[in-house]
Design a protein around this ligand. Structure first.
Ligand SMILES: [Zn+2]
Length: 387
């Protein structure tokens, strides 16, 4: 316990621990909670009573008796509160809903071209309204909206500082962008949000780099995810964001001097070699149609894929040598990489001069709408902290 922690704070920390424990197991009795968290029976009794009164935990039945009275089982009411996440890209709006499960409950992606205009802000508001209506989401349960952006976000001030992709050159606040949304909104960089989705619900304490291979290449650096994790904005305490919220922008690290021109204006950045567009552009922008052709043995697709992996290997080698931690291949391409992972790992290992543990490289956990989900997970964690 931190010196000087008041008894009120201790109670809050304990309430949080009980809630988080119940949120990770399907159900548990009070003696089980007490044993797992090393708390006294009366403390657990009080806390479970408080959580039930708050409407976030309920009795879910009785556990099988081992003799004597059957113990009542308790579980989290997963949909007691709801959280929505939006992923804004140059050409699409993706929306997900989630709850205390921190999993995608519903999602939808629509083609809507971004413009930094009043008309687009109205479209954004209408898209959200129609999503809520179509999925019959109870508005009274919504606690907030997380908005993921391919750009630099200052999370403390809740503003987009700039975005090359969306051609935002002057600061844009969440209040302005979301003026037609009737819920509190927070902004997040899309790769940072994807990284948070990756760690959601995990008890692992690890440092990792999340490499987001979407229509732009981004990244996030997470340090010791299990330690001091305060949730919500607290997640940023475990994220290295740099001095200007610009850390982890691996897409603009030069891997081929004087190479392809990047949308940022530089030559040879990782982005024009490893963005999902490199593959999707062969299929009229439809990435999902690239892989069946690759599997069918198309020579052209195989050549582009091999070249893509060569360049990705440069990036992974650079990241491993810089950070010596696990690397998650995320974003659109990461969602399709699972079948190719073992071969790619063997290929990368030939380059890396230090021996790494077998699973230092993995693909992302969420295959759809990870950025939108992650933006919402910031709010889930914040809500858990307030319980
Ligand atoms: Zn660049």
């Amino acid at each position: 316990m931190v010196k000087g922690t008041s008894s009120k704070e201790v109670k809050k920390i304990n309430r949080n621990r009980v809630f988080r424990y119940l949120n990770t197991v399907a159900e548990a009795s009070m003696p089980e909670i007490a044993a797992a968290l090393r708390m006294s029976g009366p403390t657990v009794l009080t806390i479970v009573g408080e959580l039930c009164a708050a409407g976030v935990v309920e009795e879910v039945g009785e556990l099988a008796s081992t003799g004597g009275r059957k113990a009542k089982a308790y579980g989290v009411i997963k949909d007691a509160f709801l959280f929505l996440g939006i992923d804004i890209t140059r050409n699409h709006i993706g929306i997900v809903s989630t709850d205390f499960s921190e999993d995608v409950v519903a999602y939808r992606r629509q083609r809507r071209r971004f413009a930094n205009t009043e008309a687009y802000r109205q479209v954004l508001g209408e898209e959200l309204k129609s999503f809520i209506a179509d999925y019959q989401i109870d508005e009274s349960k919504i606690r907030g909206i997380g908005v993921a952006i391919p750009g630099i976000v200052d999370a403390n001030r809740n503003v987009i500082k700039k975005s090359h992709t969306l051609q935002i050159t002057e600061e844009l606040t969440a209040d302005d962008l979301c003026k037609y949304i009737d819920f509190p909104c927070i902004l997040a960089n899309d790769a940072n949000a994807g990284a948070i989705a990756e760690c959601a619900g995990s008890n692992r304490n690890e440092s990792l780099i999340y490499l987001s291979l979407s229509n732009t290449v981004g990244g996030a650096i997470l340090l010791e995810t299990g330690a001091n994790n305060q949730g919500g904005l607290g997640y940023y305490r475990n994220m290295y964001v740099g001095d200007n919220w610009e850390g982890g922008e691996f897409g603009h690290v030069v891997i081929r001097p004087e190479g392809r021109t990047c949308y940022c204006g530089k030559e040879g950045c990782l982005d024009p070699y490893c963005s999902a567009l490199v593959l999707a552009s062969m299929e009229d922008g439809k990435l999902e149609e690239f892989f069946p052709k690759l599997e069918a043995g198309s020579k052209k697709h195989q050549q582009v894929w091999q070249e893509y992996l060569d360049n990705l290997a440069y990036a992974v080698d650079m990241l491993v040598m810089s950070m010596d931690c696990d690397i998650v291949l995320g974003g659109y391409v990461g969602s399709f990489m699972e079948p190719y992972l073992e071969d790619f790992k063997a290929y990368v290992e030939q380059r890396i001069i230090f021996k790494k543990k077998r699973d230092f490289l993995r693909t992302c956990k969420y295959k759809v709408e990870a950025a939108a989900l992650g933006a919402a997970v910031f709010l889930v964690e914040e809500a858990i902290l307030k319980i």
